[in-house]
Design a protein around this ligand. Structure first.
Ligand code: PLP
Length: 376
């Protein structure tokens, strides 16, 4: 059997990682400024993380959600405190798409309405209930028959108002910062008005923090830059530092009921051990603060590069738009300079490094960018 060929692959196989560094099968060292789409939050192979998973694996790796698992309670408490949402509840699942699907379901159960508003350029996953609308038609997910989804122009409060006034809107789902769609930061005034309109009209506000959450933007959640409090927050990626785990932070206005939500693997012991180790490391090593400081340092250095049209983002979620397509630049960064980066649209380089990145690693990136841009 062969693998189903859906990913364009670079011919590099990382086999070892430490912090922001990776090594391939030939022992060549790379700088990782992408972390597998914002997944690597505390850095590769963090000793606390490895120890926690190993210890857990030696006792029990998995048992079902029908018995006590005090690890879930411990994680919920830690997460409530670290994120500033101690009165919310945690429901654990396995991925970002699944978190969003459960959020849409929960909203609809709560207000008995069916329609969802999302935004042009958004990406919330690839399952039948999750929604995506980017300019890349290959990643527009099919919609769940029970949910009809309307896409609203980014930052357009008037369209939101008129759609909500038509009625039957169960939820608005929005990313803290749009990731796949181009690293687009929403306007603060727009977010505040959106939160107010949702509240006034019994519409659930779902903040998809799958990519932008867990300290990435220099606050625990990106929406905390905008002074709003959503009803449901969805998380995944950085939560497990590579261990597949996702979750929902659910406002106390939702009342749980047995059987309302469910999952086989979600919240298993290993996922909890990984997630607890990640959170403890984020807190102990002040990684949210580091993301803020290093993000500012990076942006200030990037401003001096040739050909930069616009820099978007917050903390360590950064889009650098050039006035030319960047696929060649990314190849040169990877194969000549040994640096992993991502993209978000044809002209935008997307950087999502581990939150533990240091100044000298940013300096290395800037040096390499100057080398590569000389030849563009
Ligand atoms: N939401 C956002 C904002 C994402 O960026 C992604 C993945 O890139 C998802 C949801 C889907 O997450 P997953 O791939 O874990 O299902």
């Amino acid at each position: 059997m062969k693998t189903f060929d859906v990913y364009p692959l670079y011919q590099v196989e990382p086999v070892m990682g430490i912090g922001c560094k990776l090594w391939d099968t030939n022992g060549t060292e790379y700088l990782d400024l992408y972390g597998g789409h914002a997944v690597i939050s505390i850095g590769h192979s963090h000793p606390r993380y490895i120890k926690a998973i190993e210890k857990q694996l030696k006792s029990i790796g998995f048992y079902s959600n029908s018995v006590l698992n005090s690890q879930q309670d411990k994680l919920a408490e830690l997460l409530g405190n670290a994120s500033g949402y101690p009165d919310y509840s945690l429901f654990m699942c396995n991925s970002g798409a699944e978190a969003n699907e459960n959020a849409l379901k929960l909203a609809s159960f709560h207000n008995k309405k069916a329609k969802v508003l999302a935004f042009n350029g958004s990406f919330h996953g690839r399952t039948s209930g999750a929604v995506a609308c980017t300019d890349n038609p290959s990643i527009i997910a099919p919609f769940n028959a029970n949910h009809s989804i309307e896409f609203i122009p980014w930052n357009d409060i008037n369209s939101i108002k008129s759609s909500i006034l038509k009625g039957n809107i169960s939820a608005v789902i929005i990313e803290g910062i749009q990731g796949v769609g181009g690293i687009n930061v929403p306007d603060k005034a727009f977010m505040q008005e959106l939160a107010e309109i949702c509240k006034a009209n019994d519409v659930i506000l779902i903040l998809d923090e799958v990519q932008s959450g867990y300290g990435r933007t220099g606050k625990f959640f990106a929406h905390q830059h905008f002074g709003i409090q959503p009803d449901i927050i969805t998380i995944a990626k950085g939560m497990g530092n590579g261990f597949p785990v996702g979750g929902l932070l659910i406002s106390p206005m939702f009342k749980p009921k047995h059987g309302l939500l469910g999952t086989t693997f979600g919240g298993n012991h290993l996922a909890c051990a990984a997630s607890i180790a990640v959170l403890e490391t984020i807190v102990n090593e002040n990684l949210v603060e580091n993301a803020n400081r290093m993000g500012q340092y990076l942006v200030q250095k990037v401003k001096e590069l040739k050909g930069v049209k616009e820099i978007r983002g917050l903390g360590l979620m950064i889009g650098i738009e050039f006035d030319f397509p960047i696929s060649n630049l990314r190849k040169k960064l990877l194969f000549d300079e040994k640096i992993f980066t991502g993209y978000s649209g044809t002209n935008t380089l997307r950087l999502l490094p581990p939150l533990c990145i240091k100044e000298r690693e940013i300096d290395q990136f800037i040096y390499s960018m100057n080398q590569v841009l000389k030849m563009e």
